[in-house]
Design a protein around this ligand. Sequence first.
Ligand code: ADP
Ligand code: MG
Length: 230
Amino acid sequence: MPIAEVIDSARNQGRTVLTEIESKQILAEAGIPVAVAQLAKTADEAAKFAENAGFPAVLKIVSPEITHKSDIGGVKVGLDSADEVKKAFDEIVAAAKKAEPKARIEGVAVQKMAPAGTEVIVGMSKDPQFGPVLMFGLGGIFVEVLKDVAFRIVPLEARDARQMVREIKGFPVLEGIRGQPAADLAALEGLILKLSEFVEAHPEIEELDLNPVFAYADGVIAVDARIVIS
Ligand code: ADP
Ligand code: MG
Protein backbone atom coordinates (compact mmCIF):
# COMPACT_ATOMS: atom_id res chain seq x y z
CA MET A 1 0.00 0.00 0.00
CA PRO A 2 1.37 3.48 -0.85
CA ILE A 3 2.85 5.40 2.07
CA ALA A 4 0.36 8.28 1.86
CA GLU A 5 -2.59 5.88 2.07
CA VAL A 6 -1.28 4.16 5.20
CA ILE A 7 -0.65 7.51 6.87
CA ASP A 8 -4.04 8.96 5.86
CA SER A 9 -5.89 5.93 7.14
CA ALA A 10 -4.16 6.17 10.55
CA ARG A 11 -4.88 9.92 10.72
CA ASN A 12 -8.53 9.32 9.85
CA GLN A 13 -8.70 7.01 12.84
CA GLY A 14 -7.20 9.76 15.00
CA ARG A 15 -3.87 7.95 15.50
CA THR A 16 -0.32 9.24 15.24
CA VAL A 17 1.29 5.95 16.27
CA LEU A 18 1.28 3.44 13.42
CA THR A 19 0.87 -0.24 14.20
CA GLU A 20 3.72 -2.64 13.53
CA ILE A 21 1.85 -3.82 10.42
CA GLU A 22 1.39 -0.29 9.05
CA SER A 23 4.97 0.69 9.90
CA LYS A 24 6.34 -2.36 8.10
CA GLN A 25 4.09 -1.77 5.06
CA ILE A 26 5.56 1.71 4.67
CA LEU A 27 9.13 0.55 5.21
CA ALA A 28 8.80 -2.34 2.76
CA GLU A 29 7.43 0.11 0.19
CA ALA A 30 10.56 2.23 0.74
CA GLY A 31 12.78 -0.78 0.07
CA ILE A 32 13.80 -1.37 3.67
CA PRO A 33 14.07 -5.08 4.60
CA VAL A 34 11.37 -6.03 7.14
CA ALA A 35 9.64 -9.21 8.30
CA VAL A 36 6.28 -8.41 6.67
CA ALA A 37 3.26 -9.03 8.90
CA GLN A 38 -0.42 -9.66 8.18
CA LEU A 39 -3.31 -8.75 10.46
CA ALA A 40 -5.38 -11.74 11.58
CA LYS A 41 -8.76 -11.12 13.19
CA THR A 42 -9.40 -14.73 14.16
CA ALA A 43 -7.34 -17.76 15.19
CA ASP A 44 -8.28 -19.54 11.94
CA GLU A 45 -7.16 -16.59 9.88
CA ALA A 46 -3.86 -16.50 11.78
CA ALA A 47 -3.28 -20.19 11.00
CA LYS A 48 -4.02 -19.59 7.31
CA PHE A 49 -1.58 -16.65 7.13
CA ALA A 50 1.12 -18.66 8.91
CA GLU A 51 0.67 -21.56 6.50
CA ASN A 52 1.07 -19.18 3.56
CA ALA A 53 4.09 -17.38 5.04
CA GLY A 54 5.74 -20.61 6.18
CA PHE A 55 6.66 -21.98 9.62
CA PRO A 56 8.01 -21.25 12.15
CA ALA A 57 5.69 -18.31 12.72
CA VAL A 58 5.66 -15.37 15.13
CA LEU A 59 2.41 -13.86 16.48
CA LYS A 60 2.11 -10.44 18.14
CA ILE A 61 -0.70 -8.38 19.58
CA VAL A 62 -1.82 -5.38 17.49
CA SER A 63 -3.26 -2.62 19.64
CA PRO A 64 -2.72 1.15 19.48
CA GLU A 65 -2.49 1.17 23.27
CA ILE A 66 0.17 -1.55 23.59
CA THR A 67 3.66 -0.50 22.49
CA HIS A 68 5.79 -2.93 24.50
CA LYS A 69 4.19 -6.09 23.23
CA SER A 70 6.37 -8.73 24.87
CA ASP A 71 6.07 -7.08 28.33
CA ILE A 72 2.42 -8.15 28.50
CA GLY A 73 2.78 -11.61 26.92
CA GLY A 74 1.82 -10.23 23.52
CA VAL A 75 4.55 -11.98 21.48
CA LYS A 76 4.95 -15.70 20.73
CA VAL A 77 7.82 -16.99 18.61
CA GLY A 78 8.73 -20.39 17.20
CA LEU A 79 5.22 -21.58 16.36
CA ASP A 80 5.60 -24.71 14.23
CA SER A 81 2.07 -25.69 13.22
CA ALA A 82 -1.43 -24.35 12.54
CA ASP A 83 -2.57 -25.70 15.91
CA GLU A 84 0.21 -23.92 17.76
CA VAL A 85 -0.67 -20.71 15.94
CA LYS A 86 -4.35 -20.97 16.87
CA LYS A 87 -3.51 -21.59 20.51
CA ALA A 88 -1.02 -18.69 20.52
CA PHE A 89 -3.67 -16.37 19.01
CA ASP A 90 -6.07 -17.05 21.88
CA GLU A 91 -3.34 -16.78 24.52
CA ILE A 92 -2.07 -13.46 23.17
CA VAL A 93 -5.54 -11.90 23.03
CA ALA A 94 -6.32 -13.16 26.55
CA ALA A 95 -3.01 -11.82 27.90
CA ALA A 96 -3.59 -8.42 26.31
CA LYS A 97 -7.13 -8.16 27.70
CA LYS A 98 -5.88 -9.06 31.14
CA ALA A 99 -2.97 -6.60 31.10
CA GLU A 100 -4.80 -3.72 29.38
CA PRO A 101 -8.55 -4.21 29.82
CA LYS A 102 -9.33 -0.91 28.05
CA ALA A 103 -7.03 -1.44 25.06
CA ARG A 104 -8.58 -1.71 21.61
CA ILE A 105 -7.38 -4.97 20.11
CA GLU A 106 -7.23 -4.84 16.33
CA GLY A 107 -6.08 -8.40 15.99
CA VAL A 108 -2.82 -10.32 15.89
CA ALA A 109 0.10 -9.78 13.50
CA VAL A 110 1.32 -12.97 11.82
CA GLN A 111 4.81 -13.16 10.35
CA LYS A 112 7.49 -15.64 9.52
CA MET A 113 10.10 -16.14 12.21
CA ALA A 114 13.45 -14.81 11.06
CA PRO A 115 16.55 -16.87 11.96
CA ALA A 116 18.50 -15.55 14.95
CA GLY A 117 21.07 -12.88 14.14
CA THR A 118 23.05 -10.18 15.93
CA GLU A 119 20.43 -7.77 17.31
CA VAL A 120 20.88 -4.10 16.50
CA ILE A 121 18.56 -1.13 16.66
CA VAL A 122 18.17 1.84 14.36
CA GLY A 123 15.98 4.78 15.30
CA MET A 124 15.08 8.31 14.31
CA SER A 125 13.91 11.10 16.57
CA LYS A 126 13.59 14.83 15.97
CA ASP A 127 15.81 17.28 17.75
CA PRO A 128 14.25 20.75 18.15
CA GLN A 129 17.48 22.33 16.91
CA PHE A 130 18.92 19.81 14.42
CA GLY A 131 15.79 18.13 13.07
CA PRO A 132 15.82 14.40 12.32
CA VAL A 133 18.67 12.49 13.98
CA LEU A 134 19.45 8.82 13.36
CA MET A 135 20.58 6.51 16.14
CA PHE A 136 22.36 3.18 15.81
CA GLY A 137 23.35 0.66 18.46
CA LEU A 138 23.44 -2.97 19.45
CA GLY A 139 20.18 -4.31 20.88
CA GLY A 140 19.25 -5.35 24.41
CA ILE A 141 21.48 -4.34 27.33
CA PHE A 142 23.92 -2.50 25.06
CA VAL A 143 21.37 0.21 24.42
CA GLU A 144 19.16 -0.08 27.52
CA VAL A 145 21.87 -0.28 30.17
CA LEU A 146 25.11 0.85 28.54
CA LYS A 147 23.61 3.54 26.25
CA ASP A 148 26.19 2.47 23.69
CA VAL A 149 24.77 4.29 20.68
CA ALA A 150 25.90 6.54 17.85
CA PHE A 151 23.99 9.55 16.48
CA ARG A 152 24.13 11.46 13.19
CA ILE A 153 22.05 14.32 11.83
CA VAL A 154 20.00 13.57 8.69
CA PRO A 155 20.89 13.59 5.80
CA LEU A 156 23.76 11.12 6.18
CA GLU A 157 26.52 10.43 3.74
CA ALA A 158 28.08 7.02 3.18
CA ARG A 159 30.96 8.04 5.43
CA ASP A 160 28.59 8.87 8.31
CA ALA A 161 26.98 5.43 8.15
CA ARG A 162 30.42 3.80 8.05
CA GLN A 163 31.52 5.73 11.13
CA MET A 164 28.29 5.11 13.04
CA VAL A 165 28.55 1.33 12.96
CA ARG A 166 32.27 1.47 13.86
CA GLU A 167 32.22 4.02 16.69
CA ILE A 168 30.02 2.12 19.16
CA LYS A 169 31.95 0.36 21.93
CA GLY A 170 30.26 -2.90 21.01
CA PHE A 171 31.66 -2.87 17.48
CA PRO A 172 33.73 -6.05 18.11
CA VAL A 173 30.40 -7.88 18.49
CA LEU A 174 29.57 -6.90 14.90
CA GLU A 175 32.99 -8.03 13.74
CA GLY A 176 32.28 -11.43 15.26
CA ILE A 177 33.65 -12.58 18.62
CA ARG A 178 33.55 -15.81 20.63
CA GLY A 179 32.35 -17.91 17.75
CA GLN A 180 29.61 -15.46 16.76
CA PRO A 181 29.59 -14.80 13.03
CA ALA A 182 30.49 -11.33 11.74
CA ALA A 183 27.60 -9.11 10.75
CA ASP A 184 27.15 -7.79 7.22
CA LEU A 185 28.47 -4.26 7.81
CA ALA A 186 27.75 -3.11 4.26
CA ALA A 187 24.10 -4.16 4.66
CA LEU A 188 23.89 -2.29 8.00
CA GLU A 189 25.36 0.84 6.44
CA GLY A 190 22.96 0.49 3.51
CA LEU A 191 20.02 0.23 5.92
CA ILE A 192 21.11 3.38 7.78
CA LEU A 193 21.49 5.32 4.53
CA LYS A 194 18.12 4.16 3.22
CA LEU A 195 16.47 5.25 6.47
CA SER A 196 18.15 8.64 6.21
CA GLU A 197 16.74 9.10 2.69
CA PHE A 198 13.36 7.81 3.80
CA VAL A 199 12.94 10.21 6.75
CA GLU A 200 14.27 13.10 4.69
CA ALA A 201 11.65 12.41 2.02
CA HIS A 202 8.88 12.12 4.66
CA PRO A 203 8.96 15.05 7.09
CA GLU A 204 5.58 13.88 8.46
CA ILE A 205 7.45 11.06 10.22
CA GLU A 206 8.25 12.22 13.75
CA GLU A 207 9.78 9.07 15.18
CA LEU A 208 10.93 5.71 13.92
CA ASP A 209 12.18 2.64 15.73
CA LEU A 210 13.49 -0.59 14.27
CA ASN A 211 14.01 -2.64 17.40
CA PRO A 212 15.38 -5.15 16.81
CA VAL A 213 17.01 -5.54 13.42
CA PHE A 214 18.69 -8.93 12.94
CA ALA A 215 22.09 -8.67 11.27
CA TYR A 216 23.42 -11.76 9.50
CA ALA A 217 26.66 -12.67 7.78
CA ASP A 218 24.71 -11.85 4.64
CA GLY A 219 21.98 -9.20 4.93
CA VAL A 220 19.78 -7.64 7.60
CA ILE A 221 16.06 -7.67 8.46
CA ALA A 222 13.93 -5.54 10.80
CA VAL A 223 11.63 -7.80 12.83
CA ASP A 224 9.90 -5.03 14.82
CA ALA A 225 9.04 -1.52 13.65
CA ARG A 226 7.21 1.50 15.04
CA ILE A 227 6.58 4.80 13.30
CA VAL A 228 5.05 7.94 14.81
CA ILE A 229 3.62 10.58 12.46
CA SER A 230 2.74 14.22 13.06
P1 ADP B 1 8.19 -5.61 21.56
O1 ADP B 1 9.45 -4.81 21.31
O2 ADP B 1 6.98 -4.77 21.34
O3 ADP B 1 8.17 -6.28 22.87
P2 ADP B 1 9.06 -7.28 19.29
O4 ADP B 1 8.29 -7.24 18.03
O5 ADP B 1 10.35 -6.54 19.30
O6 ADP B 1 8.09 -6.78 20.46
O7 ADP B 1 9.29 -8.80 19.67
C1 ADP B 1 10.00 -9.20 20.82
C2 ADP B 1 11.16 -10.10 20.43
O8 ADP B 1 10.68 -11.22 19.71
C3 ADP B 1 12.17 -9.42 19.51
O9 ADP B 1 13.13 -8.71 20.23
C4 ADP B 1 12.75 -10.61 18.77
O10 ADP B 1 13.79 -11.20 19.53
C5 ADP B 1 11.59 -11.57 18.68
N1 ADP B 1 10.93 -11.46 17.37
C6 ADP B 1 9.94 -10.61 17.01
N2 ADP B 1 9.57 -10.76 15.72
C7 ADP B 1 10.35 -11.74 15.22
C8 ADP B 1 10.47 -12.36 13.93
N3 ADP B 1 9.70 -12.03 12.89
N4 ADP B 1 11.41 -13.34 13.80
C9 ADP B 1 12.19 -13.71 14.82
N5 ADP B 1 12.14 -13.16 16.06
C10 ADP B 1 11.22 -12.17 16.27
MG1 MG C 1 10.70 -4.51 19.73
